[in-house]
Design a protein around this ligand. Structure first.
Ligand SMILES: NC(=O)c1ccc[n+]([C@@H]2O[C@H](COP(=O)([O-])OP(=O)(O)OC[C@H]3O[C@@H](n4cnc5c(N)ncnc54)[C@H](OP(=O)(O)O)[C@@H]3O)[C@@H](O)[C@H]2O)c1
Length: 329
């Protein structure tokens, strides 16, 4: 197997089962900026470089082409299926049809089983892909433990039936986790959460780790190319934070590399997205060597601005005060 980066140099994280997985993965959401073909090509390139975790979702509308990239990499003997760790997610309109959703993703990705299947958002509140920030669905409703547990039961059945190896949650809060974990027969192996230097979510991070749940950090670079609907005036750009710039200068790397080094050393699995070969390479290499000093880690810890970027306002229900309601604030 020929990969550009020696994958033995990439540290591992241990799931509750004892299984080890790489400390970094590859995102596949094109932020409405990159099309499915480009993203599928990036997945192929990513696998060739040495990425093993590929973070997919049905709502990204590119799993069919990503499936072809995986097959291509397998056919060229770059990778064996069992070396990959593929995730997917059930979208909000399929919370009552989890098996159907998972089977569709498996068909598209051309897999027999998914390694980790997430509940993408803890609400069944649907919005069409690519909608504007002020669009609302009149059927939207607040979080319900009962509804969520009903969806989780279906995820557990995926594990029972061998369609998923692990199941996970995404976009949760500590309060929501506390409410649903007692009802879980199969615990979530991972929690996908927004996580970057200006939004560290320390309390949620610690809650997950304390319960044996591996945090997976999305938007690890502060999602500089995110869609317009996810931008607000007060947003902070991680790649321009003075602390990140200063540390990047010291290490002679792009600020993105510093965000990833911080993520890896803190313990979450960052899943940066890119379609650019040099970025893909630089991002994965961030995990191997030239670590941040304890002082630099502390400098970044103190730079947290509690600046959530993916506020999720399109999921709001009638009568909600604002996006803060989605996050139990
Ligand atoms: N569970 C969830 O609800 C959820 C939500 C959001 C995202 N996610 C997942 O998390 C993944 C990552 O999040 P994201 O794509 O929003 O944000 P991100 O990874 O923080 O940012 C990606 C962007 O950063 C730039 N970039 C990447 N590598 C770089 C480098 N080495 N140097 C300079 N710039 C670099 C690229 O911008 P240019 O293309 O402009 O160069 C790229 O499009 C997604 O793809 C998706 O898989 C999950």
């Amino acid at each position: 197997m020929q990969t550009e980066i020696d994958i033995s140099s990439i540290p591992k994280r241990t799931l509750f089962s004892g299984e080890e997985i790489p400390c970094m993965g590859l995102g596949t959401f094109g932020s409405d900026k990159y099309g499915p073909e480009e993203i599928a090509e990036a997945v192929y390139e990513g696998i060739r470089i040495g990425y093993r975790i590929i973070d997919c979702a049905s709502v990204y509308q590119n799993e069919d082409l990503i499936g072809k990239s995986i097959l291509r990499a397998e056919a060229q003997e770059i990778i064996k299926r069992d070396d990959l760790f593929i995730t997917s997610k059930v979208w909000n309109d399929m919370h009552e049809h989890v098996r159907e959703s998972c089977e569709k993703s498996l068909r598209d990705l051309q897999l027999d089983r998914i390694d980790l299947y997430f509940v993408h958002w803890p609400f069944p509140n649907y919005h069409a892909p690519g909608c504007s920030g002020d669009s609302r669905n009149p059927d939207s409703r607040p979080f319900s433990v009962e509804e969520f547990v009903n969806t989780w039961r279906q995820c557990e059945e995926l594990v029972d039936e061998g369609l998923a190896r692990y199941i996970g949650m995404s976009n949760m809060t500590a309060r929501k986790l506390e409410a649903v974990l007692p009802y879980c027969r199969i615990l979530p192996a991972a929690l996908e959460m927004e996580c970057h230097p200006s939004f560290q979510q320390q309390e949620l991070y610690e809650y997950a780790v304390g319960h044996g749940i591996q945090p997976i950090g999305y938007c690890p670079l502060g999602s500089p190319s995110r869609p317009e609907r996810d931008r607000t005036a007060g947003d902070i750009s991680d790649l321009q934070m003075p602390e990140i710039l200063e540390i990047a200068e010291r290490h002679h790397v792009h600020p993105a590399v510093i965000c990833l080094k911080w993520a890896v050393q803190r313990g979450q699995i960052p899943i940066p997205f890119s379609v650019k070969k040099e970025q893909l390479k630089a991002n994965l290499m961030a995990a191997a060597g030239d670590p941040l000093t304890r002082q630099e880690m502390e400098q970044i810890r103190l730079a947290d601005k509690n600046c959530r970027l993916i506020k999720g306002q399109v999921f709001l229900w009638e009568g909600a005060r604002g996006w803060e309601d989605l996050w139990d604030m």
